[in-house]
Design a protein around this ligand. Structure first.
Ligand SMILES: [Zn+2]
Length: 576
């Protein structure tokens, strides 16, 4: 039985293992039910490209990615299918965008022009940076545009079915509907019902109950908005008549031959589960509460389409901290691209892999970044030892590599992020200068490239994320006033330091000297253990050095600072 214990240690499990088990079980049951043995396992994500795709939304993509990777690693064919909900309505004009865009409210995101004029539409403008970030993160997915699907009539049969069965849909919906919880029309609306001011949440009734809750909403053929009220529907011809509340257009669209609208969100989601054969799909935890889109969808997919809801995990909020400097300049929420400026791709993946989806967590761009890198490097060392393979190491493995891309880029020579960032801070210089200094402070390497991608991220973090008051500013010239007012101890320390400091600085040597000068001044040798008096002197001496070198009471480790500055610069600042 002891062997059993060992086996479980060698094959640790985590939330990804369990979600993959559930997805595979779902697929097997569906295959058995349908006699469809070739059916590919589908893990689906979805997102509305209505604005910057922030780090909370990234959980949608990465949750699916990790589960699909786990299934793939078991030799089972699987696809990560991603739906862009770009046929959702444009809801509001965000701050910073020309008010003229109010004109586009109610139009599909794919039909709203790009205010920054760099992409074909509003939707494409926000898809593009996320695509680039996902590529860096090693996430490959099959993308589907809901605009293309709906416009091409791909869902025609499913739409006709939903419309035919609108009575049954309403029966389910009405069970969950309360005044306090209006039925959302999109995933995004479902997520933000709390601030749902003036959401055009359901087609306005015509007094006819059958049409008041019609599950399909046409976009106005004249003005392109979804501000339409269904006035009649003919089950025989499938002609749907509507009026537009904004432009007063009165039109007829045929649901069999014309494809000008979409199913309301709570019907659209289960329809696609069935159409795409989704076995696993996550969602924000609020999607799984009573009356939420998943609960309602679970019933609708069965009642209307005879299908089964995918296995589901609800994920929690991802918070952000340490962005004071960034958010003041950019005004927005940080995206995956922002995080990748600072974090190596595997580390960003790791933040999402190591926690159960239901756990909320915070991405901290402040000093915590340094600790995160240390933790990651320590885990990397542990992962190198097969005897230590546990759930933590499993998360490291999931974060580090993908089936298609293999191991994601990490530096050939691992230098602690704290060293790179503090050298970048002190030198405020080029990658070459930082590289040379890093070698001199005890991390030898041949080329700058061996430090990448970490070096660039450390440089970016230092310049873009560390607040000015935490940066090190090396004095341009000596502080003559301070130097003129030195007390006797201070004069002695500086004299001994300058006397003994070599022209070429090496970390060990300079460490011994900086710590040793107060010992010499008390008649001890450089290598003697410090007395309490010496310790107090060291504190005062270090304070003096920070004052004279960087005009502050603290800063990076002094030996590192000395080596980074070089003997000549140090001398110029320590004497008048
Ligand atoms: Zn109109």
């Amino acid at each position: 039985m002891a062997r059993g214990g060992q086996a479980s240690q060698q094959n640790p499990t985590d939330w990804v293992t369990r979600a993959a088990d559930d997805a595979i079980r779902h697929a097997e049951q569906t295959r058995a039910h349908r006699g469809d043995t070739d059916r590919l396992i589908t893990c689906a994500s979805g997102a509305s490209p209505s604005g910057p795709i922030h780090l909370g939304n990234l959980r949608e993509f990465l949750t699916v990615h990790f589960v699909a990777e786990e299934i793939r690693s078991r030799g089972i064919p699987v696809r990560h299918l991603h739906s862009w909900d770009d046929y959702d309505r444009f809801r509001k004009v965000p701050a910073g965008v020309d008010e003229a865009w109010n004109e586009h409210i109610g139009r599909p995101l794919s039909a709203v022009p790009d205010p920054w004029e760099c992409h074909a539409s509003w939707a494409e403008h926000f898809k593009a940076p996320l695509r680039a970030a996902l590529a860096e993160l090693g996430v490959e997915m099959e993308e589907v545009s809901q605009t293309e699907q709906y416009r091409a009539g791909t869902y025609r049969d499913q739409i006709l079915t939903a419309v035919q069965r609108r009575g049954d849909i309403e029966t389910v919906m009405s069970r969950y509907r309360t005044k306090a919880a209006p039925v959302a029309e999109s995933e995004e609306e479902a997520e933000s019902l709390a601030d749902s001011v003036a959401i055009d949440d359901e087609p306005a009734g015509t007094g006819d109950d059958d049409l008041a809750r019609f599950p399909y909403k046409p976009y106005c053929r004249d003005c392109g908005r979804d501000t339409t009220t269904v006035t009649s529907y003919d089950d025989e011809t499938t002609d749907l008549a509507y009026t537009c509340r904004v432009c007063a257009f009165e039109g007829v669209t045929n649901l069999t031959t014309q494809h000008e609208g979409k199913l309301v969100w709570k019907v659209d989601w289960p329809m696609r589960w069935e159409f795409e054969g989704v076995d696993f799909e996550p969602g924000g935890v609020d999607h799984a509460s009573p009356g939420s889109s998943y609960t309602v969808g679970k019933e609708l997919v069965k009642d209307v389409y005879g299908g089964r809801a995918p296995s589901f995990v609800g994920y929690s909020f991802v918070g952000v901290a340490g962005m004071a400097k960034m958010s003041s300049s950019k005004g927005g929420v940080p995206t995956a691209a922002d995080a990748l400026k600072v974090l190596e791709a595997p580390i960003l993946r790791w933040l999402y892999a190591r926690r159960q989806p239901k756990q909320a967590f915070t991405v901290d761009f402040g000093p915590e970044v340094v600790r995160l890198y240390d933790e990651w490097d320590a885990l990397g060392k542990k992962a190198a030892n097969p005897a230590k393979r546990d759930a933590q190491v499993l998360a490291f493995e999931r974060a580090s590599a993908t089936a298609a891309a293999g191991t994601l880029p990490t530096p050939a020579v691992v230098v602690p992020f704290r060293v790179l960032s503090s050298v970048a801070d002190v030198t405020a210089g080029s990658a070459e200068l930082i590289s040379t200094t890093v070698t001199n402070v005890g991390h030898p390497h041949e080329t700058v490239a061996e430090l990448e991608p970490r070096l660039t991220k450390a440089m970016t973090w230092t310049s873009e994320f560390v607040p000015a008051e935490d940066r090190t500013t090396v004095r341009a010239t000596a502080d003559t006033e301070r130097l003129a007012g030195l007390n006797e101890d201070e004069q002695l320390w500086l004299a001994q330091l300058l006397d003994r400091m070599p022209d070429e600085l090496h970390l060990d040597e300079i460490t011994t000297l900086v710590y040793g000068v107060p010992k010499l001044a008390r008649g001890l040798g450089l290598d003697d253990a410090p007395t309490d008096q010496v310790k107090a002197d060291q504190k005062a001496f270090f304070n003096l050095l920070y004052n004279l070198l960087v005009d502050a009471d603290r800063g990076p480790r002094l030996p590192t600072l000395f080596v980074a500055l070089g003997a000549e610069k140090v001398r110029s600042l320590l004497q008048a």
